[in-house]
Design a protein around this ligand. Sequence first.
Ligand SMILES: Nc1nc2c(ncn2[C@@H]2O[C@H](COP(=O)(O)OP(=O)(O)OP(=O)(O)O)[C@@H](O)[C@H]2O)c(=O)[nH]1
Length: 371
Amino acid sequence: MSAPTQTLDPVQRAQRLRLQRTLWACVPLSVLAGCVIVIYLPLGLVPLVRAVEYLAIILLSWSLFFGMILTGLNRRLPDPSMTVLQIFTGIFSQLYIMFFLTDPLARVPFLLLGTVNMMFAVFALGLWRMLALNVLGVGSYAGMILLKAHWYPVGLADWRVEVAAVVAFVVAVSMNAYIGSVITSLRDRLRSRNRELEQAMHRLEDLATRDPLTQLPNRRSVMEQMDLEQARLQTPEVGNRLCLCMVDVDHFKAINDNHGHHAGDAVLCWLARLLDEKVEDQHFIGRFGGEEFLLLLPGYSLHAARELIDQLRRVVAEAQPPTLPAGQRITLSAGVAECRPEDDIEHILQRADEALYVAKHRGRNRVVAAD
Ligand SMILES: Nc1nc2c(ncn2[C@@H]2O[C@H](COP(=O)(O)OP(=O)(O)OP(=O)(O)O)[C@@H](O)[C@H]2O)c(=O)[nH]1
């Protein structure tokens, strides 16, 4: 049952939850409707026409609620769960039938399940609003008894018993409101804990996948991305190509030695930003380690990849790293290899690394493509 929930988007999940709650809210109503039809009618505790009207009210109103949720119309309301509306409908339908009951004892199931009905407010209201709703519910009940005494005095108990029932009802719904408010505050705390946990998870994920110095994806993410890209290569999409480029700063040790490690760090950060800005969104760049960066170029032939990296190389060679003395530039060497579907990742990396070695060996500041 839980698997499909995970595939639903948040809106669908919320709608599903509303549908479930509405179904649950229907349980007490169904029990009461069953009481009226199966027990009260044969015993003559309610006139037939009133019982039919009661059923019609329940059927119509709840079909409307289900219809609203199923069609998504509820989402246009300020409270898409329609909790208060549903509670009012429950109160109204129950007061209606209670008015016509001809035995005071017959009201007991309605009072009992009426308190359950009001408990649903816990999903939408805080303590004070819940109390207000409950006061309204009990007030309506007391009003119904007064009206009944005036217009339809059949089925009323001694007035003191009726008062005792109202008092008990007040106490019951107040306790409900209190318990409900405790549940609401627990739910709120749980929600905010969940949010905090989610943020902490994101932070941890970031720490695990991002290089703390350059903020580029770290070696681990690079390898994961390579797995993904390589798996994509196995799919039978026509023209699906992938090139991998290993880029290394030339004579980086000299920068550290001459200007200090901090200056070296600053150069790496500057270079990472520059490369990241220059590559396109569908490209992937990460720090592979030390002064080495790795680029994945999906859809690129070896020739096109070589051209692109050479362009980057020229851009870097012409740019002035802000933390180095004026006129001092850095150069890059790079090895490019094209991935073939049958290649394993270690093999592709090795070919790009060998091409990089050749670039260094031939004098640096150049791009070499692996055969
Ligand atoms: N500042 C700084 N230096 C680093 C970092 N990671 C690695 N290095 C340094 O990068 C230097 C790499 O030196 P080498 O492997 O000899 O390479 P190179 O000097 O760039 O020479 P070639 O690659 O042969 O052109 C080492 O001195 C490392 O200490 C880092 O995060 N920050």
